[in-house]
Structure formats: C-alpha cells, structure tokens
Write a protein that binds this ligand. Sequence first.
Ligand code: NCD
Length: 376
Amino acid sequence: MRSLMNPLDLSVEEIDELIDTANDIIENPADYFEKCKGKKLAVLFYEPSTRTRLSFEAAMYELGGEVLGFSEANSSSAAKGESVSDTAKTVSCYADIIAMRHPLEGAPYVASRAGSIPVINAGDGGHNHPTQTLADLLTISREKGRLNDLTIGFCGDLKFGRTVHSLITALSRYTGIRVVLISPDELKLPGYIRRDVLEKNDIPYTQTEDLVSSIPELDILYMTRIQGERFSDRDEYNRLKDSYILTTDKLEGAKSDLAVMHPLPRVNEISIAVDDDPRACYFKQVRNGKYIRMALILKLLGLSKSKHEIIEQTDKSVYVKNILTCKNPRCISSCEQELAHIFKLTDPEAGVCRCIYCEAIADKRFDYIAGEVIKA
Ligand code: NCD
C-alpha cells in the first residue's frame, strides 16, 4: 500500500510517468472511463476547499469510480472529538483510497499509519500540498516543454504557503533551477526549506521584497495568497494582505513566454485584467489538477501500467518515541493527546531529530543510548 504525503514520496521517474498518463488522459479520455469501476474514493476535508476537493471528486467520477466523504470537520465525528486515526480506520472499511485535507500538519500521515488503504495528503496546514505540486509540474511541463533550466519567482506568503513549500521541494531534483523568493520580511520562506532543500541541493536563490524588478528574469511567476487563516495576529494579516498585486502594467517588462501561475483561490493578488494575458496559466492549472489526480489515483490503486516497480525500501533510520515533544502548535501530535510523539534521527552525528508528522526539528538534541529507540 502506497500513500502520498510529500512530493519526494514519488521518484522523478514516477512523476514523469504521472505526467505522461495525465497527458494521455487529456488526449484519450474515453480510454479511462471505466478504469476505477467498483472503486471508492473517500474525500475527508477538515478545511475549506473548492478546487482540490472537486477535482478529486471529478477525477474519480471520470474514472468510473464513486465518491463518499465530508467537506467540513463539523459534519463528521471530528466534531464529537474522534481522532484522525479512528476516522481513518473507519473509512478504511468503506473506501479504497482517501484524500485528506486537514489544518493540522501531519494529520494525513497519521491517517496513513492508522488506516489500511492509501492516503493522499490534500494539504496539511502550512506544511505540504503534493497534489497541487503535481498539477503545477504538469502545467509547467505543458507550458514550457521542460522541468529543467527554469528561473522561478515565488511571490507572496512564502512562510505559510504549503503549495510553495511542496513545489520548491519537488523542483529541487531538477537541474538548472534558479529561485527568486519575493515576500515581505515577515513572510519569508521557512529556514528549514532554505537550508534543507535549496542550499543542500545547491539551488541558487535570492530573497527580495521587490516584485517589479524581479519580473524580467523569470520564466515562471508563481503568485500566492496571503494565508489569513494561519496568522495568529489579525492586525499583521491586515497590514500584509495586499503586499503584492500583479497588474498588466507590472507584466510589461516580463518575458513574452513567462507563465503566470497561482494555485488559487486568488483574493487580490492578481488583477482580473491579467486573466486575458496569454501568459496567465492559473485556470490551466485548475484543469490540469483534475487530470494529474486521475493519474495519481490510478497509480496508488495499482491500476496503471508502470514501468517503475514500487520497491518498498527497508528503512534503517532510528526513531525515538515519547522522549522528545513536538513544539509546533500546528502539529497533529501537539493537538491529539493520545498520539505518540515520534521523532526520526535525521542527523545522527549532531543528534538532530525531526517530528515524523510535521518535520519540525526537536528543540533538544537526542542522545540515543538513553532513549527508547523504536522502528517506525
Ligand atoms: C491552495 C491551498 O489550499 O493550499 N489552494 C489549492 O489547493 N489550490 C492555496 C491557497 O489556499 O492559498
């Protein structure tokens, strides 16, 4: 059984294969009408969504399968205090695959450990959103004809924007990528992504607050919404919410083949007039999102012909349980009391551990002679 939590759960070859399948579905939709006959997708959405949930549902219907689920936590037993694990065990009795969106980081991962069917992370807090990344990669490959040799500007809320975190992580495996990070100082890309993804993979990047002067060098401009729901301070959100507004004037100095992307919803970051510019790709991203999710459902249900055999790798990492505590207030393990705190020793020499749910670094070093060491 295979789940998808992070774009790196898929190899580059598997992503290429998903892109090929999605392109084939676009060309020959009728070949796929019955592929998922008799299969059910459960959409468990604890947070608002339009595109992600509806594209998952449309994807399953277009594959001939069926859909069940809920679109808000209040209409499920979560409102009565049921844990994510118990919900996942329950839904495993009714469905063949789960797509879960949750405000807490690591919640879909908890579901994947507890349930007995594949789980797709459809967005967990400010952490990851791998299927938006797949939609973005399909769009980039269709628009630019390549995933290498690109200068990409990310603009807006780079701190809380999970689509940005996942796309940068996915792009780190391609060659010739340059990144321009455009944000207010308060909403800069988290340090762990700059260090562990960009610097570790020798990806050149610059940080700036200036959108207009960055535009001319870009092949892709990835605009994002300021994520109001993740701010603890409302005044700060109100001060920052209109930091960037892309208008047709600002695109005057841009390359003629720039691709303007946005995961949507837009609030005010791109003026409506930009929609008529042939460089605007955000509604193409929406359409591509359905096709790549069709390809992904087929893959995780084992219904697509893959040249790449799934090899379950033996995990030799060291994990520690209930010795360190995750201090990230948005982590599922900080909020569900009965959940064990499990950390993976990611840098044994320095004793650095990361929470297995949200990837936050433990604030204490770990001496692993002393602790209870477990296998995950
Ligand atoms: C994004 C999300 O939910 O993270 N939307 C989406 O899934 N397409 C972006 C956002 O909400 O700003």
